[in-house]
Design a protein around this ligand. Structure first.
Ligand SMILES: [Fe+2]
Ligand SMILES: [Fe+2]
Length: 363
């Protein structure tokens, strides 16, 4: 008995000593990653917040942005929409310039609304139109300007949660006014946009993709041609990846961007994978069932598919195509051999939807 109580006392002393010196027994540790939750942001709600920010918040200098971030409710103090991907809706009002900065996180923009708007990346001005994807690979100076008389709104996507997690988020504001243009407008698109030829002697501004913009006017017919040829997948409709035409690799070193076409009435099969995705509805109306919960989406809504959750997509229209733009972290997982994927085999590959996500009472 005395021996038992001596043992209990010594055990407690062991834990006290450990705690006092920042040590912990592995057998007592809860080993799990961030609780990345599925979530959906309706466009009306986001636009209301962004419009209000346009009224109350000037673009702060140096280098900041008027962006309303879509933050995952499952991660305390979330820096992103998932543990790896930040997305936000950014507003640049008529005549405004979001002045230059550069940073270690890779960034991309999917243009939602506006014309007469551009992003200058290093010395190259890139005009942006609805549905275009514009890249700012890491550590390239970039500034945004709106020379039109209407608001410009786009989706920002960054790998900043990952880069902050690695404590590598170097950031520098550009202190010397505005960027100067040293290349012709849209030079990278004119040089690399065809994808099958590349210029000899071209020097990319950094080691990232030499192509800074992917035009919707080129992407849409490409997907439609693939659809005509029956290039359907089990889980992702007819999908394309925006590739780095310099090396055939992923869009960016840490993130890949896709455009998924769902045919009228299409219902994909369910699968799950270790990468996470943030979707932005470019066109159409439908739903995605994530771990048994139905997330109903319409044009310009955004939603999160967390890692290792079952998911399948449904196009609710019998007559119209749906287009889903998405950002995922496949390149990061591949780089570390962490990519794993499996199909749902039971019930014909489909989940039972047992609840519907309510955007008005989301939590
Ligand atoms: Fe930036
Ligand atoms: Fe998937």
């Amino acid at each position: 008995m005395a021996e038992d109580s001596d043992r209990a006392t010594r055990l407690e002393a062991m834990y006290t000593d450990m705690a006092a010196h920042s040590l912990e027994g592995l057998w007592r540790m809860e080993r799990k990653g961030p609780d990345v939750r599925p979530y959906l942001w309706q466009w009306d709600t986001v636009l209301r917040a962004v419009t209000a920010a346009g009224e109350f918040v000037d673009i702060p200098y140096p280098g900041e942005r008027r962006a309303v971030a879509l933050v995952n409710p499952g991660i305390p103090g979330a820096l992103g929409s998932t543990h790896a991907i930040y997305t936000a809706i950014q507003l640049v009002r008529p005549g405004e310039v979001a002045r230059a900065h550069r940073h270690m996180p890779n960034a991309l923009r999917f243009m939602i609304e506006g014309a007469g708007v551009s992003t200058t990346v290093e010395g190259e001005r890139v005009p942006m139109y609805a549905g275009d994807l514009v890249l700012t690979p890491n550590m390239l100076w970039h500034e945004h300007r709106n020379d039109s008389d209407a608001d410009a709104v786009w989706l920002d996507g960054l790998d900043s949660p990952l880069v902050f997690g690695l404590a590598a988020a170097v950031y520098e504001p550009f202190e010397d006014g505005f960027l100067t243009e040293t290349r012709p407008e849209d030079h990278s698109g004119r040089s690399y946009g065809l994808g099958t030829v590349r210029p000899i002697g071209y020097e990319a501004p950094a080691k990232g993709s030499p192509l800074l913009v992917y035009r919707w006017t080129a992407v849409e017919p490409a997907i439609q041609r693939m659809a005509e040829d029956g290039a359907d997948t089990e889980f992702d409709g007819v999908s394309i990846e925006y590739v780095n035409p310099g090396n055939g690799g992923h869009t960016l070193s840490t993130m890949s961007c896709w455009m998924t076409m769902l045919r009228p009435g299409e219902h994909t099969k369910a699968h799950r994978h270790t990468y996470s995705s943030v979707y932005h509805v470019h066109r159409g109306k439908g739903s995605t069932i994530i771990d048994g919960q139905r997330f109903e989406w319409a044009e310009r809504d955004s939603f999160v598919v967390p890692p290792w959750t079952w998911h399948e997509h449904v196009n609710a229209s019998d007559s119209d195509i749906a287009y889903l733009f998405s950002i995922n972290d496949i390149p990061t997982l591949e780089a570390f051999n962490l990519n794993r994927e499996e199909p749902l085999t039971e019930n014909g590959g489909h989940q039972q939807a047992t609840s519907v996500f309510d955007p008005e009472n989301p939590n």
